[in-house]
Write a protein that binds this ligand. Structure first.
Ligand SMILES: [Zn+2]
Length: 358
C-alpha cells in the first residue's frame, strides 16, 4: 500500500509576482493576480492556514496586503531580508507544525532551491501552479469539520494568547483566570461527529484507551439510548479553542461506565481533563451511581492514567464491576470510584447540563 499523502497544514506565500503582479519596491502599483483570492479562501475554508515569507519592506508590504483586502487570511508574516528557509522554519515552529506539513509558493527558482536545500521536507511550488493547488491531493484534508472552518481564528487567538502569556508576570493561575475561560460540555449532534472522530484520532497523549472510534461507531452510539457521546468545547477572551474533548459514557442505573475520555493536548495546561473528570464524578454522585473508567495503557497516554488516579479512580474491587460488559481486550484496566460531589473549577466557567440518567 502507498504511504498516505501528508496533508499540507500551512501554505507560506511569497508576495512579489506570486500573490501580486509587480515588485512593490520598484513598481508604482501592484495588482492581485486573478486566482489568488479564491485560492486563499478555498484553502482557508478547508482549515489550511496561510502565512507570508517575503523579502520586502515589512510595513509597506503589510499595508498593501491590507489594502488588497487579504491580510486577514495570514496567521503569520515574516517580511524582511533574511533567508526564506529561516522564516519558514520560524513559522513552522511558532505554529508547532512539522516541516512536512508546510508548503511554500514562490515565483523565484532560487528561493525555492534555498528552501528545498535547508528544509527538504517542505513542499515547494512555483507561483504559476497557484490556480491548481486546491485540486492537488495534499491540499485536500481527510475531513473538514466545524473546527476546520474556524482554524485560522483559533490559531490567531492562540498566537495572541501566547504573546500575552509571555508578557504576564503574575502566577500562572492568575493568568488562567484573566483569560475568562469557558468550557461547554454537551451532547454531540450528528454534525459534531466528524470533529469527535478527528479528536479520537489526534489525541494520542490524552486518550485514555488509545482506541479509535470511527464515524460509524460513534453514529451507532448516538442512536443508542444507553450511550452518551459528549463533546467538550472551550473559548476565552481571545477566541475559540474549538472542540477540545470527547466523552463516551454508557449508563447503568448503578454504575456509569466511562469508556473514553480524550482531550486535546492544546488545553492540557488549562487542566481541561481534570475539569471534565470532576464534572463527571459530581454528576454521577448526584445520580447515585458509581463510576468506572476504562484505561488501556499505550506508549503515549501515561498522563491520562495520572489524571484518572489523581481524580481518585483506583483498582479497588466493587460489585458494580460485574454489571459491565467484558472489556474488548485483556489490556483494558477498569478503574473505579464511589463518587462524591466535587467543587466547581476555580479557573474557568463551566456550562454543562447534568448527563441524562436512565
Ligand atoms: Zn462500584
Amino acid at each position: 500500500m502507498n504511504e498516505p499523502i501528508k496533508t499540507v497544514k500551512c501554505v507560506v506565500w511569497d508576495l512579489d509576482n506570486t500573490l501580486w503582479k509587480g515588485t512593490l519596491l520598484e513598481d508604482s502599483e501592484v495588482f492581485l493576480l486573478d486566482q489568488v483570492r479564491p485560492v486563499l479562501a478555498e484553502l482557508d475554508a478547508r482549515g489550511v492556514l496561510h502565512a507570508v515569507s517575503s523579502k520586502n519592506d515589512h510595513d509597506l508590504a503589510w499595508a498593501r496586503l491590507q489594502a488588497l483586502g487579504i491580510a486577514e487570511y495570514f496567521v503569520l508574516a515574516r517580511i524582511g531580508w533574511g533567508p526564506k528557509s529561516k522564516s519558514i522554519q520560524d513559522i513552522a515552529d511558532r505554529l508547532n507544525f512539522a516541516y512536512d506539513t508546510i508548503a511554500f509558493v514562490d515565483d523565484q527558482q532560487v528561493e525555492r532551491a534555498e528552501v528545498a536545500f535547508h528544509l527538504p521536507q517542505v513542499r515547494c511550488y512555483p507561483a504559476e501552479r497557484l490556480p491548481e493547488l486546491p485540486a492537488l491531493p495534499e491540499f485536500i484534508p481527510r475531513t473538514v469539520t466545524v473546527d476546520s472552518r474556524q482554524r485560522r481564528q483559533m490559531y490567531q487567538a492562540n498566537l495572541q494568547r501566547e504573546a500575552e502569556q509571555e508578557a504576564f508576570t503574575g502566577p500562572s493561575e492568575e493568568f488562567l483566570r484573566s483569560l475568562n475561560l469557558v468550557m461547554r460540555i454537551g451532547r454531540a449532534s450528528e454534525k459534531d461527529l466528524s470533529r469527535v472522530e478527528e479528536l479520537t484520532l489526534r489525541t494520542s497523549q490524552m486518550n485514555a484507551t488509545g482506541v479509535y472510534y470511527s464515524d460509524g461507531d460513534l453514529r451507532a452510539m448516538l442512536n443508542d439510548p444507553r450511550h452518551e457521546v459528549l463533546t467538550v468545547t472551550m473559548s476565552d477572551r481571545f477566541g475559540p479553542h474549538g472542540a477540545v474533548g470527547v466523552v463516551l459514557l454508557e449508563h447503568n442505573p448503578a454504575v456509569w461506565h466511562l469508556k473514553l475520555l480524550a482531550t486535546s493536548c492544546r488545553v492540557v495546561s488549562f487542566g481541561a481533563g481534570t475539569v471534565v473528570l470532576n464534572w463527571l464524578i459530581g454528576s454521577a454522585a448526584v445520580a447515585g451511581a458509581h463510576l468506572v473508567a476504562d484505561f488501556r495503557p499505550t506508549s503515549r497516554n501515561r498522563i491520562m492514567e495520572i489524571a484518572y488516579r489523581f481524580a481518585g479512580l483506583t483498582d479497588e474491587p466493587c460489585g458494580c464491576l460485574t454489571r459491565l460488559r467484558p472489556a474488548h481486550d485483556a489490556d483494558t484496566q477498569r478503574l473505579h470510584l464511589t463518587p462524591e460531589e466535587r467543587p466547581l473549577p476555580a479557573t474557568m466557567r463551566l456550562e454543562a447540563p447534568r448527563p441524562a440518567v436512565t
